[in-house]
Design a protein. Structure first.
Length: 268
């Protein structure tokens, strides 16, 4: 999927930071890393001056003098923050941190989510209670376990401003964690195991997954809570809340950093 064809949602609100002076990018054609940086500059709608520094260019010598001998491209100069850097990964991370409201998750994964989530959601909703033991002979035992799990969840989500229930192997959960980490907010991650399938989910994880379905109507993870209320998953919850600004309103603008990880079934 091509980047830079339109302005990204993380850069469209009036609160998005804007540079007072254009940035400077040393680049040349045929380099995929240079192209990627240019695409990110475009999707964040950042004004910049492009200086072509291909072989034989006088600007290549100019770049060598700036860097003290290196002609590596891309090379970004931000006069607004007195910042200079090479390495496309570092440049992109810097641009999102300085000139976007958040770092968006993987767009390919988002496209996949739009296709598979409507198909898999009914399956997950049907399997979650079965995996938790709803078909056992003693139904009251199952009901008691789910009630205990619901009580535990209510206590957990009230204890911290942001609580996220995850699987450690889920790409959607990893992307959600990355978004929160890039925001620099404090949150509690509660892992139900590696994945939802038997032998990979932690002891008690199946009951908690079924209880999450009862409480929120969502058995898939991640399931993100803010202020004790579920806002949903990654693409249908966290991202829209960041785009609309409701994420920060829920936190009342508070931006602490760090995280606490709890493995379901372990002791703090």
């Amino acid at each position: 999927m091509g980047r830079g064809r339109s302005i990204a949602s993380c850069a469209t609100s009036p609160e998005t930071p804007r540079p007072k002076k254009p940035l400077v990018l040393y680049s040349y054609e045929g380099n995929q890393f240079c192209r990627l940086v240019r695409e990110v500059l475009s999707e964040l709608d950042i004004p910049y001056e492009l200086r072509s520094a291909g072989k034989g260019s006088v600007r290549r010598k100019e770049l060598e003098e700036i860097t003290g001998g290196s002609t590596q491209c891309p090379y970004l100069i931000d006069p607004n923050n007195d910042a200079k850097m090479s390495e496309s990964k570092d440049i992109i991370k810097y641009l999102y941190k300085k000139y976007a409201n958040f770092t968006p998750p993987n767009e390919v994964l988002g496209a996949v989510s739009k296709v598979i989530t409507p198909v898999l959601r009914p399956l997950f909703e049907a399997l979650a209670p079965l995996q938790a033991g709803s078909n056992r002979n003693d139904k009251s035992e199952y009901d008691d376990e789910i009630q205990c799990a619901k009580t535990e969840i209510r206590n957990e989500v009230k204890a911290d401003d942001i609580v996220i229930y995850t699987y450690s192997l889920s790409p959607f959960c990893r992307e959600a964690i990355a978004v929160l980490d890039n925001l620099g907010v404090e949150y509690k991650e509660i892992s139900l195991g590696h994945e939802w399938i038997p032998f990979l989910i932690n002891e008690g994880g199946a009951q908690k997954r079924a209880a999450l379905g009862k409480l929120t109507g969502q058995t898939s993870l991640p399931n993100i809570f803010m202020g004790g209320e579920s806002i949903g998953g990654l693409y249908e919850g966290l991202v829209p809340s960041l785009e609309s600004g409701s994420f920060w309103k829920r936190l009342k603008g508070h931006r602490p950093s760090g995280k606490v990880l709890i493995e379901e079934g372990s002791f703090e």
